[in-house]
Design a binder for this molecule. Sequence first.
Ligand SMILES: O=C(O)CCC(=O)C(=O)O
Ligand SMILES: [Fe+2]
Length: 259
Amino acid sequence: MQALKGESRLKREFEVCGYQIFRGYSEVFLPVRNRLVSLLKMKFRDLPLIEDEAAFGAFMGNVYETDKKSVLDLYSVFDRTPEMMLASFHPRIVVALRELGLKSPIVSSYPTWRLDLYNNPQRRWFPWHQDSYHENFSENSVTVWIPLLNSGPETKGKGLVIKEGSHRIGIAQTGANKFEITDPRINDFKEVEHSLSFGDFVVLNSLVVHRSGVITEKPGMRLTLQFRYDDLEEPNYIAKGWPRNFSIVDAINHNRFGI
Ligand SMILES: O=C(O)CCC(=O)C(=O)O
Ligand SMILES: [Fe+2]
């Protein structure tokens, strides 16, 4: 009975705020983080320990300036590792998604990751947007945002900034690039930037408005995963013609590293 009560509280909060935070999942994400470190070590000798966040951030900032191509190569390879795939359907993640109302989760685009650094160009940062831009097949589609290092306003790597409750406005008006929100209604919603440790993650309703926390200070670095899901059993998804292939829109012209 106790568990059922807890589940419905999480779902209620999710419905009100448009997002929910889960904590204590490092066992799920440790294999992914270890794989990333081993790939980085294969590519870049003298890689500092990931636990030494300042040295690691400074090192990756330097790599970004001197060897962007290698970082880009790594982007696609890491996406396709077994650890990424396994984490995206780890039983504990599926349980969390079910608690929020996704009956039969399916990955709606490939699991992927971001490396954000203090010396990235301005256009690298995502402005206020809704993830329904990428896809919106089932009404209850979500994005899971996972920091592989501690993140939040008090860290140099910053975090994810969310307009709490903004999913209730539905699809927001956007500007010329169809991604950046220009809708003045979003001004009515409180801006929150939560502190998340490694092992925590946030599930976002695909309509909740959010943006990148901009990193300004050396050696700030944010290392995150993004998993996106639809629900095969959601009635509107079926009405849209499932099973059928849908195309996924990558934000900002596949220009994932701002070069
Ligand atoms: O991590 C970020 O800076 C923003 C990521 C984001 O909003 C997304 O991938 O949809
Ligand atoms: Fe997003």
